[in-house]
Every structure is written in structure tokens, then in C-alpha cells.
Design a protein around this ligand. Structure first.
Ligand SMILES: *[C@@H]1O[C@H](CO)[C@@H](O)[C@H](O)[C@H]1NC(C)=O
Ligand SMILES: *[C@@H]1O[C@H](CO)[C@@H](O)[C@H](O)[C@H]1NC(C)=O
Ligand SMILES: *[C@@H]1O[C@H](CO)[C@@H](O)[C@H](O)[C@H]1NC(C)=O
Length: 273
């Protein structure tokens, strides 16, 4: 899978460090920055006039965030042209008086992620309103396995703070014992569940036995039944040590891999083609 480049554009913030500078990228990102002033309706269609014309292909997976309190906004999307996820913060709009008030508030506050650093209170508050979204990560089956690999990456992007929820369903074993132990020792997510249905065969793969020697991470949420108003589950700290571990593989049911919380993957997939 291709890796993404994360480009963050802060309008009116200039970094003077010795970094390499690519003017082509800079010109494109200027287009993204100035487009941020446009009505989100036109942004969504990437028809915002000259700024949008700079990057003809625009962004897909476009999402616009807006917080009413201080009228702060940003948008995020995928640029196929750069193979990059682009995050754009809107600058001051002159006629939005509240933005100006925030800009003129020159009081400094301690920076939460840099010891002994103080930052402009108004700008920080403005940003804070836009970072209130939670980060949830999930996946089923192969998706669950891939979601495991996304977690350390997202954790780092989140300044080594736990993401809000990581719940995966019917995950195969992702790595060896050392990987499982390492994963167990991290605090990657505030809410975590590797959810395993009664006789789902996939969590038994690839095998724990020689020569495969794969291992699950801890804190499995093991469901014996999914019934309306009362799903029964057990929390298993060390899933591989559970007395019934690997017993039910004989009764392994593909249906249990396909059905979680009443969602049936096959019918769900067929319904959305
Ligand atoms: C600058 O970035 C563009 C677009 O990503 C790329 O095609 C070009 O090779 C880069 N130029 C330099 C000098 O690195
Ligand atoms: C808007 O900002 C306020 C103040 O920082 C915050 O409490 C609130 O959750 C934000 N609202 C949304 C919808 O993000
Ligand atoms: C997953 O669920 C099955 C029940 O079918 C159980 O035997 C197993 O211990 C659970 N955990 C693993 C290792 O997949």
C-alpha cells in the first residue's frame, strides 16, 4: 500500500527553520489555503474560482469542520495529485469580528505539548475548537489486521496520546508473541476491544503452533452470543490462555465470522453494491 504524506497548511504561520523547500508544492498549498475562505458548498465541488483552478483535480474525501463558537474552520481531503492528505486551516476573515478578537488577545498560556513554552492564547484557543473531534479506528477480518498496523502510526500523529477508540472484529493473529507483548504494553487507545465472536475461525489464524507461532494481543472481548438486549461477553486479559482457547475451532462457524452485533457482513455487503 502506498504511504501517504501528511501536509499541514497553516495560513499566516511561517516557519523559518532550515527545511527543504519545494516551490511547486508551495504554490499548490497556497491554492488550498486561499480556497479555505470559500463557501464550503463550492469547496466541496472544488469550484471555488481561481484558488481551486490551481489544483485542477482538487480533493476527494473532502470534509469541512466548522465550530460556531469562534467561527473557526478547517477542511481535510485527499489530493490524488500529490498522494497526500491535506489539512487546511482557515485564517482570519476580516468581517468576522470574533476572529479578530481572538487574534488580538496577546496573552500567553503554557503550551501543553512543549515544556517551558508559552503560546498566544487566542490562536491556541482558536485551534482547540477544531481539535475536539475524536479518533475512532475499526476494521473487520483483514480490515482488523490492517487497523492494528495503523494504530502506532495514528498514535504518533496524535502526539503519542491514546486515540479515543480502537475496536476491531474477528481479527486474525497479526504478529508473533513479541509483537503481541509489545502491543499489550502500549496505551494506544482509551477504549479498546479485540472482539471475537463465539466460533469465528479467523481469530484462530494464522496458528499459534510451530512453525507459524503467531500470537494475539491481550484484552479480547469474547462474545458467546449476540442477542438483542443483552449481549453476553467476557473480557479475557490473556486470550490465548483461556481454558477454552482453541477448543471451539472444531465447531468453527463461518457465520460467526460474518456476524457481529447483528450485522451480517454478507447481507450488508450485498445490500450496498
Ligand atoms: C517538488 O514537488 C513536485 C510535486 O510533488 C515534484 O514533482 C517535484 O519533483 C519536486 N521538486 C523537487 C526539486 O524536489
Ligand atoms: C467548539 O469549540 C468549543 C470550545 O473549544 C468546544 O467545547 C466544542 O466541543 C466545539 N464544538 C464542536 C462541534 O467541535
Ligand atoms: C475466540 O473465540 C473462540 C471461541 O470460539 C475461543 O475459543 C478463542 O479462545 C477466542 N480467542 C482466540 C484465541 O481467538
Amino acid at each position: 500500500m502506498k504511504s501517504f504524506v501528511l501536509l499541514i497548511v497553516y495560513l499566516f504561520l511561517v516557519s523559518c527553520q532550515q527545511l527543504s523547500y519545494n516551490e511547486t508544492i508551495a504554490q499548490n498549498l497556497a491554492g488550498f489555503s486561499f480556497a479555505s475562505f470559500c463557501n464550503p458548498k463550492y469547496l466541496q465541488q472544488w469550484s471555488c474560482g481561481s484558488a481551486c483552478k490551481k489544483i485542477p483535480n482538487g480533493l476527494t474525501d473532502f470534509y469541512y469542520f466548522y465550530n460556531k463558537t469562534l467561527k473557526a474552520s478547517r477542511y481535510i481531503g485527499y489530493s490524488a495529485h500529490h498522494d497526500a492528505i491535506v489539512v487546511v486551516f482557515r485564517g482570519t476573515v476580516p468581517w468576522l469580528v470574533q476572529n479578530w478578537i481572538a487574534n488580538l488577545n496577546t496573552v500567553k498560556i503554557q503550551c501543553p505539548y512543549c515544556e517551558k513554552c508559552y503560546v498566544h492564547k487566542g490562536f491556541f484557543q482558536q485551534f482547540n475548537q477544531l481539535k475536539s473531534q475524536l479518533i475512532f479506528v475499526t476494521g473487520h477480518s483483514l480490515g482488523a489486521a490492517m487497523s492494528f498496523h495503523s494504530i502506532p502510526f495514528l498514535f504518533e500523529l496524535n502526539r503519542n496520546k491514546p486515540i479515543d477508540a480502537f475496536q476491531n472484529y474477528g481479527s486474525p493473529r497479526v504478529g508473533d508473541e513479541a509483537y503481541a507483548n509489545w502491543f499489550n504494553q502500549q496505551s494506544f487507545a482509551k477504549e479498546y476491544g479485540r472482539i471475537n465472536n463465539t466460533a469465528d475461525p479467523i481469530p484462530h489464524l494464522p496458528p499459534i503452533l510451530f512453525p507459524f507461532q503467531f500470537d494475539h494481543s491481550d484484552y479480547e472481548i469474547f462474545y458467546t452470543s449476540f442477542i438483542e438486549n443483552g449481549n453476553k461477553y467476557e473480557q479475557c486479559k490473556d486470550a490465548e490462555q483461556k481454558q477454552y482457547a482453541n477448543n471451539k475451532i472444531i465447531a468453527a462457524s463461518v457465520c460467526d465470522h460474518l456476524s457481529y452485533f447483528g450485522w451480517n457482513w454478507v447481507t450488508s455487503i450485498l445490500a450496498c453494491q
